[in-house]
Design a protein around this ligand. Sequence first.
Ligand SMILES: [Ca+2]
Ligand SMILES: [Ca+2]
Length: 370
Amino acid sequence: MAIVLGICMLLASTARAQSLPPVIGSPGLAADYYRGYFYDQVSFFTANTPVIRNRPVEQLNFEEAEDDNFRVGNVATYYSPNRPDEFSAQFRGQLYVTTAGSYTFYLGSDDAAYLWLDNHPQPVAFNKGDSFPYREMSGTCTLTAGLHTLRVDYGEHGGSQGLVLQYSGPDMPKQLVPNGVLYNQMTAAILPTLLNFEAVADNLQVALNWETAAEENCTEFVIQKSRDGKTFTDLLRRPGGATTVKARSYSAIDPQPAIGWTYYRLQQLRSDREPVYSPIKAVEIKPIELTVSIYPVPNNGTFYLDVQPGNVGTAQLRLLDMSGRQVYEKEISLTNGARQMIEPDMATGIYMLKLTTNAGTFSRKISLGI
Ligand SMILES: [Ca+2]
Ligand SMILES: [Ca+2]
């Protein structure tokens, strides 16, 4: 009887969970601001009443400053004009982790700050006390993919103030925790917009894929790229799904990434708010050594090229005579090592062959008709 009852309760609970209307996650965090300094006491935030409640904050990126960079206004005490001191704040929300693994969090602050994940009794990273200038402390933890509750307790005592939260993970470099993986609802029953954003090297191209669990007022996705991880330019666009609670997947290709490291991020444009950003992904394109076979030798003026690796996209073939003048040009498609027959119809003689690909330029002297 007890077993049957247990199963019934489970079914009832499942049915109730399924009947909840889906709530689309809202980007960023929620902030409460308090008068006074918290002196590293977590209980400060329950013992006191916030003056500003549930203010939306896109991300924790309050760079160190003397002026009112937190926009706390009269919540702070002013011993001199535009120099806010003695206030505290609590930032709350959920962090969506796209890839399971080890994450390091970098908490920069002036004065004290504590980062808590999943209500664990120990903070992941913390800056204790108020006797230091702005500094960054870090902590590492293993996270499952999915939503994790996040809370940052912060306080400014005197002098300048600042608070910046960055992270690095198994598939991404150190960066500001972007608003696209932060959700300001504390309830677990939310649908995150961005499930993942992947940028993967595929020979001399980069494959870009992303998935959404839900979208809200999403007009367009813009893939942005950068050589230094700081200054981004638009690469390509895809129309968004407006407002939907159906999962969608997208894919795109960067056909011509430079050799070396390139940084990619996904910008989601919305009709109702400022853009939302994915984590930044870094991709390294390694230079490829081309092996080019040219045969037969001798030949009757027509020859064959065999280029390995054979999947480096299109290549520009040029022939120069011995005075350096270009006498022949042909675009060839190098796919899967297919050999290329070249019929340049040139006078008998010695030529310089140049083959230019994404991977670089190959040069060799060849004889035609000899
Ligand atoms: Ca201050
Ligand atoms: Ca300070």
